[in-house]
Design a protein around this ligand. Structure first.
Ligand SMILES: Nc1ncnc2c1ncn2[C@@H]1O[C@H](COP(=O)(O)OP(=O)(O)OP(=O)(O)O)[C@@H](O)[C@H]1O
Ligand SMILES: [Mg+2]
Length: 241
């Protein structure tokens, strides 16, 4: 089997005096969408922040594309091709949608084919192109944050709860956009609490609890196995959304 694009091995993270991640192991295969599930406080955001170098792993190893990135700085990890969309969307509300996207492409102007592709994923952004991003709805702001993350080609996208607090119609648009990202061959690690979105999109699923991985496997296997769901749903998912 080919080496996974991202591999965490025995990763521990401390935040100040608190021991948050307790030996996290998982692998992200290239070209697939992997769901990271787990109840509030399980350690999902801490895992993404540790991959990005925003928290330093206290032990264990993180390998990306064959390189050990465990001790790399956040800018170097971003430069290696990992895009990160945090829970609180990273956008500039005073700048227009266009300016937000232009600024996100650090290596020069976004080429027009890429721009057309991005605006095809998120048509609402086209409508508000020259308006301050502060005018967008919560869901549209989330879409702009994702569009910023893909303004440049990325090897891997880490996206933290993009459907949180969104109305069902917005969740459906977000699912469509992720389906298109998958079809374009992007590799994505997506934190999600909404079972409907998770089961519609995931190729693979990882479940965390209490700073540990308690399950990893194919999403289809989890959708088909009611016993497994019962065991994990309470740990991981809002099954009612
Ligand atoms: N800056 C911090 N200082 C102290 N403890 C923290 C800090 N950030 C997170 N934690 C703790 O680490 C644990 C994991 O938090 P984390 O944010 O990773 O969980 P999560 O799975 O993303 O939860 P949620 O679904 O609510 O976003 C929690 O117990 C949390 O209180
Ligand atoms: Mg979180």
């Amino acid at each position: 089997m080919a080496e996974p694009l991202l591999q965490l091995s025995g990763v521990h993270t401390h935040i100040g005096p608190y021991h948050i991640l307790h030996g996290v192991d998982f692998a992200i295969p290239a070209g697939q969408l992997t769901m990271l599930l787990g109840r509030n406080g399980a350690g999902k955001t801490t895992t993404l922040r540790t991959i990005m170098g925003l928290w330093q792993a206290s032990s264990g190893a993180i390998r990306f594309d064959g390189q050990d990135i465990t001790k790399n700085s956040t800018p170097n990890i971003a430069r290696a091709g990992i895009g990160y969309v945090p829970e609180s969307m990273a956008i500039f509300t005073d700048l227009t949608v266009r300016e937000n996207i232009v600024l996100a492409a650090r290596s020069g102007p976004v080429d027009s084919a890429r721009l057309d592709w991005m605006l095809g994923l998120f048509p609402a952004l086209k409508r508000f192109w020259n308006l301050p991003a502060g005018n967008l709805s919560g869901g549209q702001k989330q879409m702009l944050a994702i569009a910023r993350a893909i303004a440049e080609p990325r090897r891997l996208l880490l996206i933290d709860e993009p459907t949180k607090g969104l109305a069902p119609v917005m969740v459906r648009s977000m699912i469509e956009a992720f389906k298109a990202l998958k079809a374009a061959g992007e590799t994505i690690l997506l934190v999600e609490q909404n079972f409907y979105a998770a089961s519609a999109l995931g190729d693979n699923v990882i479940v965390m609890d209490d700073g540990r991985i308690v399950h990893s496997g194919a999403m289809r296997e989890m959708v088909e196995d009611k016993n497994l769901q019962q065991r994990l749903l309470g740990l991981s998912l809002d099954a009612h959304q």
